[in-house]
Design a protein around this ligand. Structure first.
Ligand code: SF4
Length: 270
């Protein structure tokens, strides 16, 4: 990985862009980077996804003061036993909830405009929607529920029961978003940890040029020609199985020969 890209070096982003930092909040959580992005107007929404284990003390205070506008908390179980089962960590479900409760109080006391979204990410039938709602509806601004998934095929062997649309050919994410990594590399989804789906570099090109570029078109063409399984990151990825949108009906409309033959109208008429 190269040096971190400066927020000031990015070209002006689309109005509804989201700057998202998706990983556990750890000691190195880049609050200074978030603050820099806020100062430079990078992204209309500055978002962090966290498991909440370190969402406390100085880290919580710095996050609140950073200019962050959206905090997404992933909750892996509603019970302490379930949490340890799912994560294999020493953290407890009660601890995670307590952290968010304190964070919410700090936010409200400071009058900071920051949206808190809590989502249950579990396939454990003991984690019922009712229980999750009773624990988080009064703490978070919004709540949601989704199933566990692997990340960019990285955990293809994990023993997860996958819910959702496991028979889908096309992943919709390369048609929705660009994800800019800390070093400026641009890829198509937040679970492409190893950058195998990289389609550009924000240090060199504007996001709009990357969005309209050949790299992204080629990747979209692979998905739309039913060849997702030829991409290392996508082959056994299940991250999109719970996604409501189905692009499979476009598969037969796209020629197999690559981006030069891609029916662009088909892609953009969704
Ligand atoms: S299949 Fe998985 S890795 Fe591939 S683009 Fe979709 S979410 Fe990303």
């Amino acid at each position: 990985m190269g040096p971190p890209a400066s927020a000031a070096t990015f070209h002006p982003p689309p109005r509804d862009s989201v700057l998202s930092y998706r990983r556990a909040v750890v000691k190195s959580t880049p609050t200074s980077m978030i603050a820099q992005c806020a100062r430079n107007g990078v992204g209309s929404r500055l978002e962090v996804t966290t498991n909440g284990s370190r969402l406390k003390g100085d880290t919580a205070q710095q996050l609140l003061e950073s200019g962050l506008t959206y905090l997404r908390l992933s909750v892996y179980s509603t019970s302490d036993n379930g949490y340890r089962e799912a994560t294999g960590s020493r953290f407890l479900a009660t601890e995670i909830r307590d952290n968010l409760l304190a964070f919410r109080s700090m936010r409200d006391a400071a009058g900071i405009r920051l949206h808190i979204h809590a989502e249950l990410v579990s396939n454990n039938l003991r984690d019922t929607p009712e229980e999750f709602r009773s624990q988080y509806a009064e703490i978070a601004d919004t709540i949601g529920i989704k199933s566990l998934h692997n990340w960019g095929s990285a955990d293809a062997n994990q023993r997860l029961v996958q819910f959702g649309h496991s028979d889908r050919l096309v992943c919709p994410l390369p048609f929705y978003e660009l994800v800019v990594k800390a070093n400026g590399i641009v890829t198509v989804c937040c679970v492409d940890w190893n950058n195998k789906l990289a389609v550009g570099d924000a240090n060199i090109n504007s996001l709009i040029d990357i969005w309209n570029g050949e790299g992204l078109r080629a990747l979209q063409a692979v998905h739309l020609s039913g060849r997702r399984n030829t991409l290392d990151s996508c082959a056994s990825c299940t991250a999109f199985h719970g996604h409501p949108d189905n692009l499979d009906m476009l598969v037969t409309r796209v020629p197999m020969n690559g981006p030069q033959d891609l029916d662009r109208t088909a892609v953009f008429s969704l």
